[in-house]
Design a protein around this ligand. Sequence first.
Ligand SMILES: Cc1cc2nc3c(=O)[nH]c(=O)nc-3n(C[C@H](O)[C@H](O)[C@H](O)COP(=O)(O)OP(=O)(O)OC[C@H]3O[C@@H](n4cnc5c(N)ncnc54)[C@H](O)[C@@H]3O)c2cc1C
Ligand code: FES
Length: 303
Amino acid sequence: MDLSLKYQDVLSDNKKIKTGGRLNRKTDLGNFEKTYKSEITGIIELTPLEKLFQIQIIDQDERERFSFKPGQFLMLEVPGFGEIPLSISSSPSRRGVVELCIRKQGRVTKFLHKMQRGASVGIKGPFGTHFPMEKFANANVLLIAGGLGLAALRSAIYYVEENRNMFKDIFIMYGTNDPNQMLFTYQYETWKKTDGIKLFTIVQNPDKKWSGRVGLITDLFNEIVIDTSNTHAIVCGPPVMFKFVCNKLNDLGIPMENMFVSLERRMHCGMGKCCRCNVGSTYTCLSGPVFDYWTVMNLKEAI
Ligand SMILES: Cc1cc2nc3c(=O)[nH]c(=O)nc-3n(C[C@H](O)[C@H](O)[C@H](O)COP(=O)(O)OP(=O)(O)OC[C@H]3O[C@@H](n4cnc5c(N)ncnc54)[C@H](O)[C@@H]3O)c2cc1C
Ligand code: FES
């Protein structure tokens, strides 16, 4: 079964992609040829390695038309430095500004971390598949993130907060290596105060100030009581975490089709042209980054 897609196929298929077999789902692609001229309107330092960038499309009409779904990503163009894929971290209902949580890694991201408010950038997208939030209606939802994975999960958290009545119980589970790596700590109180949302955090290596849970993210499953016959889960984080968390979810009786992960492979073009992001013959920029775990298990070398 050839799951590969070419850029031309995508264009001719009027922005809707269908892949074969278990990957048979529509992929929402944005207007991927257009670069929206944008400006950095705010920067919040989250940790020594991560900053939250608020980015506004300059043209008002374009700004109002730009929309995305939780789990989608965009390509951020830094003039003179290059383009990188980044998950959209903000609320899908918030028009006008997108937020990107960016870890300092290499060439482009190091330069971005030196940029100031008012600097010009470009954005393309939104790209890729999204977390199927509509499918989770009337079910319990587990939102599980490790480390930087909270960047991609945050837009789904906004979604469940803003559409609280759509879902049953919501559990946010977040783990990092140490307390200094925890992202968006200033939002935890708000999440906890939302009726029916329970937040659990854990670190592997506590410092002297940490008074919370210590251990691995999978240890958090000992604390939750949930009807797993009616539960969906989203898992974001390093691929090694998927295996452990998804196996645990499977042991609890949650079918793999009800678990969704974001496979963030190295990407260059974001549109099926450069062959950088493939897992086997599947381009994760087009058929992903969000996949159900059953599909991931059937993709060779996915994790
Ligand atoms: C769909 C998607 C969503 C992403 N969302 C985010 C996000 O929300 N926030 C964020 O900070 N980053 C995110 N990334 C990763 C981000 O794109 C890379 O960190 C960035 O491209 C690195 O560019 P650079 O020029 O700074 O580093 P480079 O100079 O290109 O590379 C430096 C080092 O960074 C690491 N690296 C580069 N790309 C990746 C990657 N895709 N995954 C893991 N390690 C990588 C490698 O170890 C490499 O040696 C996402 C990637 C994808 C594919
Ligand atoms: S083919 Fe270029 S990033 Fe997927």
